[in-house]
Design a protein around this ligand. Structure first.
Ligand code: SF4
Length: 180
């Protein structure tokens, strides 16, 4: 319909909307996302691990090294997935930008999706500190103006207020004569 406002889109970890993409072949449906958020926005599912080419089910991965540039490594085989995951994330965030995604809700504690809650190890067996997963860290750098939260403790009202404001700003920029 002409004149219809572009839809407000929120990107979410795919496992939170029931996609069975976790390392153990399970999903992690979150009622507040599937019941609350889904009624207010179009959800765009993202799974960086499947996107990187990991199978389902798969060995778990952990983050190692420097918090500014962590490596994602299989806990059994030691296979390094960092480059493949980061390449998929760049392309996925390009798509989010093209879709005008107005915010992100990601799965807590995942080495890909955790927002400040992913475990980071200096070496195998060392005590973990906490950091952003690879996807969360990339979002934080690329879209610092967009709301980025985890499923646990999600306050839909507060999150949507921030997302609506980002969406309106996106629409204003699109209408601006400087927009190309
Ligand atoms: S990478 Fe993210 S979306 Fe994929 S299974 Fe893990 S937490 Fe869910």
């Amino acid at each position: 319909m002409s004149g219809a406002l572009p839809v407000l889109r929120i990107a979410v970890s795919a496992c939170l909307i029931g996609e069975p993409v976790r390392y153990d072949g399970q999903e992690k449906s979150c009622a507040i996302v599937t019941g609350g958020l889904a009624a207010l926005a179009e959800l765009v599912p993202l799974c960086p691990e499947v996107g990187a080419g990991m199978p389902v089910p798969r060995e778990a991965v952990d983050l190692f090294g420097d918090a500014d540039a962590p490596r994602m490594v299989g806990v059994v085989t030691g296979e390094d997935w960092t480059a493949r995951a980061n390449a998929w994330i760049v392309a996925a965030l390009d798509r989010c930008e093209a879709l005008g995604v107005a915010g992100f809700v990601l799965k807590a504690r995942s080495p890909s999706c955790g927002v400040g809650t992913a475990a980071l190890y200096a070496a195998p067996g060392a005590e973990a500190t906490r950091t952003d997963g690879l996807l969360a860290g990339a979002i934080r750098k690329r879209f610092p103006h967009l709301p980025l939260v985890e499923d646990e403790g999600l306050d839909v009202e507060a999150f949507m207020a921030q997302a609506r404001s980002a969406h309106e700003e996106h629409l204003r920029r699109r209408k601006s004569p400087d927009h190309r």
